[in-house]
Design a protein around this ligand. Structure first.
Ligand SMILES: Cc1ncc(COP(=O)(O)O)c(C=O)c1O
Length: 430
């Protein structure tokens, strides 16, 4: 497994995880020794950089609006803030993104949508996985835009719209299943949808979309061809809808990988998730990620941090943590962090991962507990109680990117970011 720690622009270093895990030779200025906590509390927190978030949004907006295209109106951005804003705090990041110019927001469900609305967001919010029967009135009341992914949902939404009254019809977006076989009406069911729509006088179709299953895959395989097939099905359905005299409204398709690497999918609006939070998805082939990073440089938004709350010396042969899965091969100094898998440090990082401490990559040893994580700091001089460790994110000029951490345990960055639990305070910094 290879990784990179970034020491600013001129000092990037790459190497193998095992060779450099406990390398004590890397030095850099330690910048984060004070947490921005106002009161004393258990020292674990997720620092969310609003300037990085805003930077990413603006970079995406610029990228999908190349001047040579000469569009009359800029292509819109629907910021995906579901899953509590990929762990960053849904209402808070939505508010910051609205201020920075995001046109739309996407959340999973009514509850998330209400949270974002009540957080003060005024722009349209799309409820991506739609409503379950009984939820539709609440959705309409909070001015959330429903997604219709089954024709039968339309009558319920229409009734809720009628109950609400008012002159304006209730807007909704239609999701087309173009091959992911998850949610959406089949592309062949457009005629059935049109018949239903004609009966729903209180509704207005204001958008149509689909979701890509494999936009990050560029191999010469069936999966590598899937995005193109999905696009063809989608535009086929769109043409039939238009031929039936239905205005589809805003057309949108592209998630992060498609935004960065497939300009032909941009349509009227794009839906960034992962890239908003500073991470390119993993591509197949892997080299494609470097190309993506060069095309659209991003800044990681979240840094997950904790402090050392205990230090001990253990003799050769002593086990550390549950089931003694780490046994000291030499007199070893163990530091204990006040964060575990109950906070969002992935359990599979036990005996595998690293954190940034004193400018060095320090190995995690033993099984990660719910509340604490142990580090081998034998090779790091002078570690003291209270020092800050960065589990992923940036520390001064250094970065331990969450996507490298995710890849080292066979998962995706969004999984790590969403895992940051409720008990971890989010601290919003500029
Ligand atoms: C419908 C829809 N659009 C866009 C996204 C954003 O995806 P990504 O994080 O790959 O940008 C998601 C996330 O899964 C989604 O469900």
């Amino acid at each position: 497994m290879s990784y990179t720690i970034f020491f600013g622009e001129d000092m990037a270093t790459t190497g193998s995880m095992t060779a450099k895990r406990s390398n004590g030779s890397m030095t850099a200025k330690r910048s984060i020794q004070k947490s921005p906590h106002k009161e004393v509390r258990r020292p674990v927190w997720a620092e969310v950089s609003l300037s990085a978030l805003t930077y990413n949004l603006q970079a995406i907006r610029k990228y999908v609006n190349p001047p040579e295209e000469k569009r009359k109106t800029p292509r819109k951005i629907l910021s995906i803030v579901k899953g509590n804003g990929y762990g960053h705090g849904g209402p808070e990041v939505a508010k910051a993104l609205e201020k920075a110019g995001s046109d739309w927001f996407g959340v999973t469900c009514t509850d998330e949508g209400v949270g974002v609305r009540e957080g003060g967001v005024r722009k349209p919010i799309l409820i991506l996985t739609s409503f379950v029967p009984g939820e539709e009135s609440r959705l309409v009341k909070h001015d959330l835009t429903a997604v219709i992914h089954r024709c039968e949902q339309m009558a319920l939404l229409n009734q809720a719209a009628a109950r609400r009254g008012g002159k304006k019809p209730v807007p909704f977006h239609l999701k087309i299943d173009t091959g992911m076989n998850r949610l959406g009406i089949a592309s062949g069911d457009v005629e059935c949808f049109a018949r239903q729509l004609a009966k729903c006088k209180h509704l207005q179709l204001t958008g149509i979309f689909s979701h890509f299953a494999s936009s990050e895959v560029f191999t010469n395989t069936q999966v590598g061809k899937q995005t193109r097939e999905q696009e063809e099905r989608f535009y086929g359905a769109l043409d039939r809808l238009r031929a039936l005299g239905i205005d589809p409204g805003v057309v949108h398709l592209a998630n992060s990988a498609a935004i960065v690497t497939r300009p032909e999918t941009w349509a009227d609006m794009v839906r960034p998730g992962a890239i908003l939070y500073g991470y390119h998805p993993g591509y197949d082939p892997m080299e494609k990620r470097e190309e993506a990073e060069a095309r659209l440089p991003l800044k990681p938004v979240m840094s997950l941090r904790s402090r050392v709350i205990s230090l001990r010396k253990v003799p050769t042969g002593a086990g550390v943590g549950y089931n003694a899965t780490f046994v000291a091969k030499r007199p070893t100094r163990i530091a204990v962090l006040a964060a575990g898998y109950g906070d969002g440090i992935h359990r599979s990082l036990g005996n595998r991962g690293n954190v940034l401490l004193r400018g060095k990559l320090v190995p995690i040893v033993g099984i990660i507990s719910m509340d604490v994580t142990m580090l081998d700091v034998t090779d790091v001089e002078g570690v003291e109680i209270g020092e800050v460790a960065t589990i992923y994110g940036t520390d001064g000029t250094q970065t331990l990117p969450a996507n490298f951490v995710a890849r080292s345990i066979g998962t995706v960055t969004s999984d790590l970011l969403c895992a940051v639990s409720q008990r971890v305070p989010r601290l919003y910094v500029r």
